[in-house]
Structure formats: C-alpha cells, structure tokens
Design a protein around this ligand. Structure first.
Ligand SMILES: CCCCCCCCCC(=O)SCCNC(=O)CCNC(=O)[C@H](O)C(C)(C)COP(=O)(O)OP(=O)(O)OC[C@H]1O[C@@H](n2cnc3c(N)ncnc32)[C@H](O)[C@@H]1OP(=O)(O)O
Length: 161
C-alpha cells in the first residue's frame, strides 16, 4: 500500500528543474562530507526535498531546492521546521565548503514569507567570518526578490580533527 501511495505522489509531482544560474558550478556535497546528509539531500526523486548544490562565481555555496508536499506545515506551504532543516544543512555545509570541519552550534532564523509547496527556490550562503573555533555563516531562502527565511548560523569546528 505504501509503495503504491508513494508512486502516485512521484507521478503527480513529476520532474523539477534544479538547474543553476549562469556561472554556477556543480558542487559534490557527498564527496566532501560523506553520504550522511540524507534528511534533506537523501531522496533526489522523492516528495520531501529535491536538492542540487552549486558554487557561485565567488565560490559561495548555493542550493536549488524544491520543497515537496511532505514538507507541508501551514496548508499548501512549507513547515518552518522544514525550512530550518534546509538552512541547517546548507549553512553548515557552506562552512565545510570553505574548509572548516564544523557542526552547527546556533541557528537563528527569521521566517519572512510563507513558502508555497512544490516551488523551486534558492538558498544563498555567505561565510562571514572565521575566528578560533567559530565560523559565522549567513544565508537565506529566496526566490527572486521574495525572501522566505533568513538565518545567522554559528558553526563550531570539531576539536581534534
Ligand atoms: C560529518 C559531516 C557533517 C556535515 C555537516 C554539514 C551540515 C550539517 C549541519 C548539522 O546538522 S550539525 C547537527 C546539529 N548540531 C549539533 O547537533 C551540535 C551539537 N552540539 C555540539 O556538538 C557541541 O555543543 C559543539 C561541538 C557545538 C560545541 O561543544 P564543544 O564542547 O566542542 O565546545 P564548547 O562548548 O567548549 O564551545 C566552544 C566555543 O564555541 C562557543 N559555543 C558553543 N556552542 C555554542 C552555541 N550554541 N552558541 C553560541 N556559542 C557556542 C562556546 O561559547 C565557546 O566559545 P569560546 O571559545 O569563545 O569560549
């Protein structure tokens, strides 16, 4: 039964276009951090999230992300926790992509607009600073001029690694 239900949803959702902007270069996250990031990135044809990573011309990490029906919170829109999970992964990964082996210590999010389901949006990230064990990364989920959520992410480097 479950398999049938999932297949129906896949058919309903269909393929999505996760291509990047001009000048973006594909970024292989599993090659850098391993294959553990399954919650957000683990089902590229599923109905939760579909994600593709890039570096932009300034080498900052970018993600194209589709929020599927399984991320629903308010009717027809993404759950805030679903947006938080994406920001946790992308901003933590941005620190890794900049050469820091980190986990996220603090993630401060402002939700600015409801994010409609089955929309392909962009996650922008900028590594702001690195001092001692603290790496600050800022980011936002947006589409054109619309910002759905913005975040400040304090990453802490893992000791002894
Ligand atoms: C392997 C592949 C990984 C790929 C990652 C990519 C994206 C994934 C992102 C994630 O989902 S990470 C998972 C969510 N995060 C966690 O579960 C982290 C859980 N917390 C911890 O493991 C520890 O609390 C942590 C490593 C963050 C810090 O513990 P430590 O004992 O190593 O450090 P310590 O507590 O001594 O703090 C070191 C410094 O960081 C500061 N700090 C630590 N946690 C903080 C916090 N939450 N807020 C503000 N500052 C914090 C702390 O004040 C201190 O500052 P000072 O050096 O100035 O004294």
């Amino acid at each position: 039964m479950r398999v049938v239900k999932k297949k129906v949803l896949v058919d309903v959702c269909g393929p999505v276009d996760l291509s990047g902007d001009e000048g973006w270069v594909a970024f292989d996250a599993p090659a850098l951090v391993g294959a553990s990031l399954r919650f957000v990135s683990g089902e590229p044809d599923g109905n939760r999230y579909r994600v593709r990573y890039y570096r932009d011309a300034e080498q900052q990490l970018r993600a194209r992300i589709w929020f599927g029906p399984e991320t629903e919170g308010p009717p027809g829109h993404s759950h805030g926790g679903a947006m938080a999970a994406v920001l946790d992964e992308v901003l933590g990964l941005a620190a890794w992509a900049a050469g820091h082996r980190v986990v996220v210590g603090n993630l401060n999010i402002s939700f600015r607009n409801l994010l409609p389901l089955e929309e392909v949006v962009t996650v922008e990230s900028t590594v702001i600073s690195a001092a001692g064990r603290k790496v600050m990364v800022h980011g936002r989920i947006c589409l054109g001029e619309t910002v759905f959520a913005e975040a400040e992410c304090l990453c802490i480097t893992l000791p002894g690694k």
